[in-house]
Design a protein. Structure first.
Length: 209
């Protein structure tokens, strides 16, 4: 069976810098829309982006059950509308981001209820749910100091919030690539922003530094 190597919980330097960089001012609707427009990332491209765990590439001696493919499609469709994962303007109101992560965790729990066993799909959904839980544990309640001061320049809460957000996005980017690669699903432009960069991207960044 031919396999594509995906899934390590690590990403290139370019990805870390992108996720941890300060949120740009893109509050205007047109500018936000520009982040979610463009061509979708093909599932083969998504699968080639990260390294670590070998999983079968869809269509090459591997076809997942249609029921599981439907779940994977629902998950990606749901995440496409969760701007906390990829649009910096969502963080203009940190409480909204926390609420969105809570909804993501609830949705993943619901979808896990439709799965039996511990296959690759279930493992991916559990990993993303665990990332949500870690983020929520790190930032604390919506009325807590980390969320209230998440974007106060120079405040310790700003570093803690963005660190937690960057880590969560990193995990999601990896498992979104796994879902796409193993179920033959393309990744919409918004979510594609958090899929780890290719080695070519990292080399280009290194050359510019």
């Amino acid at each position: 069976m031919r396999k594509v190597t995906v899934g390590a919980l690590s990403c290139g330097r370019a990805d870390v810098e992108r996720r941890m960089s300060p949120a740009p001012d893109i509050s205007h609707h047109g500018e936000v829309s520009s982040l979610i427009q463009g061509e979708a990332m093909r599932f083969r491209e998504a699968g080639s982006r990260i390294t670590g765990i070998s999983v079968p590439l869809f269509g090459i001696q591997w076809t997942p059950p249609e029921a599981e493919r439907a779940i994977a499609r629902r998950v990606l469709t749901f995440l496409e509308d969760r701007r906390v994962l990829y649009v910096p303007s969502e963080m203009e109101v940190p409480q909204h981001g926390v609420q969105s992560v809570l909804r993501i965790r609830e949705f993943l729990t619901s979808e896990l209820g439709h799965l039996t066993g511990d296959g690759q799909l279930a493992q991916s959904l559990r990993a993303m749910r665990a990332a949500c839980r870690k983020f929520l544990d790190s930032v604390g309640p919506e009325d807590g100091p980390v969320v209230r001061h998440a974007f106060d320049h120079g405040h310790y809460a700003s570093w803690e919030f963005n660190q937690a957000l960057g880590e969560m996005r990193g995990v999601f980017g990896i498992y979104i690539a796994i879902l796409a690669a193993t179920h033959g699903l393309d990744v919409e432009p918004g979510l594609a922003r958090i899929v780890p960069g290719s080695d070519k991207d990292d080399h280009h960044k290194a050359g510019d530094s």
